[in-house]
Design a protein around this ligand. Structure first.
Ligand code: UT7
Length: 338
């Protein structure tokens, strides 16, 4: 399609849907697998359970992503033939190549459309929704499927040695459909995206011993497993979350209360509560659903968005801000007029 450089469009979000694994891993289950307690997990994180892929039955990133997209397509009342770009935000593709987005296109019946993956770890959905907005606004595409999909639990050590990271993560996919509209009042109001590669050593999945922050003492079991310095990541998040919210509000010329919903990456309920208190937000403005899913990486923001849409909390004309931080390090926000 040739972009129409002579005009600009608005962008609207017309549907959403999830793809969730059927297996549940509760805190009580974790107590049987490692030295931990249900009280410790709930008090430190707010998580009660998370979903896990059943790898034996074929659940994996592309499968959950296709389920999420099919549900979002139905929700939007469109058909796969209406979609002209598929973007999957993920850091856990089924394999190095092909991309998850190519596999999803084929599963959904969209073969032939452009499709690519977008990796910014837990910030993947937030970075990509702002990027996709510009592709729609400029006229290059008309209807785009954007999916956040991650199955990080394949990189988790479920023993006492890995207990700090293992309690946090769950697998999930969640999709939205974005459509170009002639109503230019709809779409992105302001955004911020940041990275700091110098901070990469506090949260990573080492591909080999040499990637590990302490290669001399790195044990074989730690290679290709999530390495996380929990307290350092916590400190980074508590600082950057409010900073990036304020930066985006300033760019938009808005006050915190002018935004109806803060749709935040669900990494730890305590991090979210700190941000909520910092801006004096009512509980209704910052939904926390980490208790049900844990930290689902790039799927976490769209899972919250979908939940707010389905229970009627999100209404046409409202303003919503998507906010995330994660490995890289990466952090960003995307403020929308619905
Ligand atoms: O998308 C971004 C991903 N990551 C994050 O956002 C993570 C941010 N960090 C956090 O959420 C928190 O740091 C954690 C929840 C991961 C850990 O909480 P914490 O309060 O920072 O605990 P800690 O790592 O400082 O550990 C405190 C104690 C230690 O014991 P000692 O040394 O005080 O005796 C740990 O060994 O808690 C122990 N501990 C546990 N105990 C029971 C660590 N993990 C566990 C566990 N169960 N699962």
């Amino acid at each position: 399609m040739t972009p129409n450089q002579s005009r600009q469009y608005g962008v609207e979000i017309i549907g959403s849907g999830n793809g969730l694994p059927s297996r549940r891993l509760t805190n009580a289950d974790l107590v049987k697998m490692m030295d931990t307690s249900e009280e410790w997990i709930i008090q430190r994180t707010g998580i009660e359970e998370r979903r896990l892929c059943d790898w034996d039955s074929g659940e994996k990133t592309s499968v959950l992503a296709a389920q999420a997209l099919q549900t979002a397509i139905d929700d939007a009342g469109i058909t796969p033939a209406d979609i002209d770009l598929i973007v999957v935000a993920t850091m856990t593709p089924d394999m190095p190549t092909p991309t998850v987005s190519c596999l999803v296109a084929s599963k959904i019946g969209c073969d032939g459309v452009p499709a690519f993956d977008f990796n910014a770890a837990c910030s993947g959905f937030v970075f990509s929704i702002s990027t996709v907005h510009e592709l729609l606004k400029g006229g290059m595409f008309k209807t785009v499927a954007l999916i956040g999909a991650d199955c990080l639990t394949q990189y988790i050590d479920y023993s006492t040695a890995g207990r700090t990271a293992s309690i946090l993560f769950g697998d999930a996919a969640s999709a939205i459909i974005l459509r170009r509209t002639d109503d230019t009042s709809k779409g992105l109001i302001a955004h911020a995206m940041h990275t700091d590669g110098a901070g990469s050593s506090i949260l990573l999945i080492p591909g080999s011993r040499s990637d590990h922050p302490d290669p001399e003492n790195c044990e074989d079991r730690e290679v290709k497993r999530v390495y996380m310095n929990g307290p350092m990541v916590f400190k980074f998040a508590v600082k950057k979350f409010p900073e990036v919210i304020q930066e985006t509000l300033d760019l938009a010329g808005l006050e915190a209360d002018d935004v109806d919903h803060y749709i935040c990456h669900q990494a730890n309920a305590r991090i979210l509560e700190a941000a909520r208190k910092r801006f004096g937000l009512h509980e209704d403005k910052l939904r926390i659903n980490i208790n049900k899913y844990g930290n689902t990486v790039a799927a976490s923001c769209p899972l919250v968005f979908n939940e707010l849409c389905k229970d009627g909390s999100i209404k046409p004309g409202q303003r919503v801000m998507f906010i995330a931080f994660g490995a890289g390090l990466t952090w960003g926000a995307s403020l929308w007029q619905l």
